[in-house]
Design a protein around this ligand. Structure first.
Ligand SMILES: [Zn+2]
Length: 91
């Protein structure tokens, strides 16, 4: 393998691994929180449980950034966050 293909491989890997605002621990905590709530409540197609978790765990200034991040991963509502988000963390 020549140098060029090594570099391309490294770039590919970097692109695959996206940076998230939440650490794996925080993401696990968020997903667990939503999962528990959705056992007793149906998803209202909004982020109400995500918001609750944010209020308890994240600095207010970061809430919108985290919600943007979730929507970028197709987490458009609480149940979608559970299904679609942070898959690369393999939680
Ligand atoms: Zn939903």
């Amino acid at each position: 393998m020549d140098d060029r293909s090594n570099i391309m491989k490294m770039e590919y890997k970097t692109q695959q691994k996206k940076e998230h605002l939440l650490t794996p621990d925080q993401a696990a905590s968020l997903l667990q929180y939503i999962e528990l709530r959705l056992q007793y409540h149906t998803c209202k197609h909004n982020h109400r449980f995500t918001q609750e978790w944010l209020e308890q765990n994240m600095d207010f200034m970061k809430h919108n950034d985290v919600l943007d991040e979730l929507e970028n991963m197709e987490g458009y509502c609480d149940c979608a966050v559970l299904l679609n988000c942070y898959e690369d963390y393999e939680l």
